[in-house]
Design a protein around this ligand. Structure first.
Ligand code: SAM
Length: 299
């Protein structure tokens, strides 16, 4: 698109906010991007092309949306803040392939949304400069809804990006790493300096890239049980897996015997810490515990 000034510059962002008498709402995690180089890197990381339908969370005043619309077939963007609707109508008027959906992304019925908007899509990519206060629920909602999303390219707090992409045996590895990597391969694509935002956030940021797994790494007999087991294993990180299992399942002799049997069958040393277990090991243990009819203490 020629003849239009990019939204993502300090001057234009200030102009737009002034024109509408707006200031960024901290409570909605509003940190607007004012650097087109970063946006180009995000679009590149998403491998966005005319075949791509992009889902964006939180278009703000349209900085990233605009760069996505230049490359994508279609952009569907969820925005909660009604103050921004007239702004987006104005700033994105040169593009006819953008649909703004005024809603709280956490309240959207995602399967119904997919049926309505994604049925014909060749490939789907989720791209967002996320509102940091709800990074995890947004990602987990999309993953758990089972939408056919090929890739995700997401800006978030650097520390959360490290946790999501962490490997077993590292300090950052935890239930979030397992939860996300159960669905998709995760890598930190690049770090982002605070200076590209207006206003600047208090935390460091990074872009994470998630890619659909070619095959599911593990077969689970009970997904909910698996995720609960994983969370239980990290409740007290400094304790052994065995101690965390006793807290989760109870200390009765019969339970202990079954837990020991399950750990032996799964070939997992009870003295290990949860943070050393790979997803496949958690899966094996979960499947064995389910088969042995071992249930959590508090149901
Ligand atoms: N994409 C813009 C950019 O990069 O300049 C703005 C990103 S800003 C970090 C986050 C955006 O998410 C804001 O526009 C905010 O209003 C929106 N937002 C916050 N909570 C939301 C929710 N629950 N549902 C949809 N959008 C939300």
């Amino acid at each position: 698109m020629t003849g239009y000034k990019d939204i993502a510059t300090p001057l234009r962002t200030k102009e737009i906010l002034n024109k509408y008498g707006l200031s960024a709402k901290k409570s909605l995690g509003q940190n607007f991007i004012i650097d087109t180089n970063i946006l180009e890197k995000i679009v590149l990381a998403g491998q966005i092309s005319a075949r791509t339908t992009v889902i964006e969370v939180g278009p703000g005043i349209g900085a990233l949306t605009e760069q996505l619309a230049k490359k994508a077939g279609k952009v569907l963007a969820f925005e909660i803040d009604d103050r921004l609707l007239p702004v987006l109508k104005d700033t994105l008027s040169p593009y006819d392939n953008i649909e703004i959906i005024h809603s709280d992304v956490l309240k959207v019925d995602l399967p119904a949304f997919a049926e309505k908007h994604l049925a014909e899509a060749e490939e789907v990519v989720l791209v967002a400069n996320l509102p940091y206060y709800i990074t995890t629920p947004i990602i987990m909602n999309f993953l758990e809804a089972g939408l056919a999303i090929d890739r995700m390219v997401l800006m978030m707090q650097k520390e959360v990006a490290s946790r999501i992409s962490a490997q077993p045996g590292t300090k950052a590895y935890g239930s979030l790493s397992v939860a996300v990597q159960y669905y998709m391969d995760a890598e930190v694509a690049f770090s982002v300096p605070k200076t590209v935002f207006m206003p600047q956030p208090n935390v460091e940021s990074a872009i994470i890239r998630l890619r659909e797994k070619q095959s599911k790494p593990v077969e689970l007999s009970d997904e909910a049980f698996f995720f609960r087991l994983v969370r239980s294993a990290f409740v007290q990180r400094r304790k052994t897996l065995w101690n965390n299992l006793l807290v989760a399942f109870g200390k009765e002799e019969q339970t202990k015997t079954l837990l020991e049997q399950a750990l032996t069958e799964a070939d997992i040393d009870p003295k290990r810490r949860g943070e050393t277990l790979a997803i496949e090991e958690f899966a094996a243990l979960a499947n064995i515990l389910v088969a042995l009819n071992v249930s959590f203490k508090d149901r």
